[in-house]
Design a protein around this ligand. Structure first.
Ligand SMILES: [Zn+2]
Length: 206
């Protein structure tokens, strides 16, 4: 792509660093912004800048939060003894939109993936185990995507919990095989949380 303007080229380059945005799309977005009032670009830049500066991670569930403790963890009407284990905030948003779940979450920040160099120490697994061993948690619901990495992560956590008495379950299979949780429709996802199965059963029928 040949640019006659260095300023334009820089803006397109930065935009194209985003996932799923190729050079052509980046150019279209940048030209769109140029056609809009200058204030729109200022609002965009300001929103992103403020987000990066002020965003926090909830001390309890590790989800993205505006405060030290997120709205879900600080909500007294939620069941504090059921924890749904998810990969990232997109899963929290997907499950929240079903309106079927009243427990808390634990955001791992990814999945164990040796090929990508992601091990248990790179995720928030140790804080989950500590929470589970505190005796205040009755049930852990695994809601990671049904990929090899998701299965490996579930199993790793499950093994860490062997010596303690805690119920472990997993959301119904088939809703997210090789698919991301966020794409399951709300009704199906809601039903699969209500009809979750004991984790041991999922192990017998992989
Ligand atoms: Zn939280």
């Amino acid at each position: 792509m040949e640019f006659s303007s260095k300023l334009l080229e820089n803006a397109v380059y930065e935009m194209s660093q985003l996932p799923g945005i190729g050079k052509r799309t980046a150019l279209r977005l940048v030209l769109h912004l140029l056609r809009q009032p200058e204030s729109q670009t200022a609002h965009l830049v300001s929103a992103l800048g403020t987000l990066r500066k002020e965003i926090k991670f909830c001390k309890n569930c590790h989800s993205i939060s505006d405060d030290q403790i997120c709205d879900i963890c600080s909500n007294n009407s939620r069941f504090k003894d059921i924890i749904c284990v998810v990969e990232d905030i997109r899963d929290v948003m997907a499950i929240e939109s079903t309106g079927q779940y009243r427990g808390l979450y634990h955001v791992l920040g990814g999945k164990i993936s040796p090929l990508d160099g992601i091990g248990p120490q790179d995720l928030t697994i140790s804080s989950l185990i500590t929470k589970a061993k505190s005796g205040e948690v009755k049930e852990l619901i695994f809601a990671l995507s049904a990929t090899m990495e998701g299965d490996t992560t579930n199993f790793y956590i499950y093994k860490q919990l062997e010596e303690i008495t805690i119920k472990t379950s997993t959301i119904a299979r088939g809703i997210s095989v090789n698919d991301e949780l966020e794409y399951a429709d709300e009704v199906t996802l809601g039903r699969s949380i209500l009809n979750r199965i004991p984790f041991e059963n999922a192990l017998k029928n992989p």
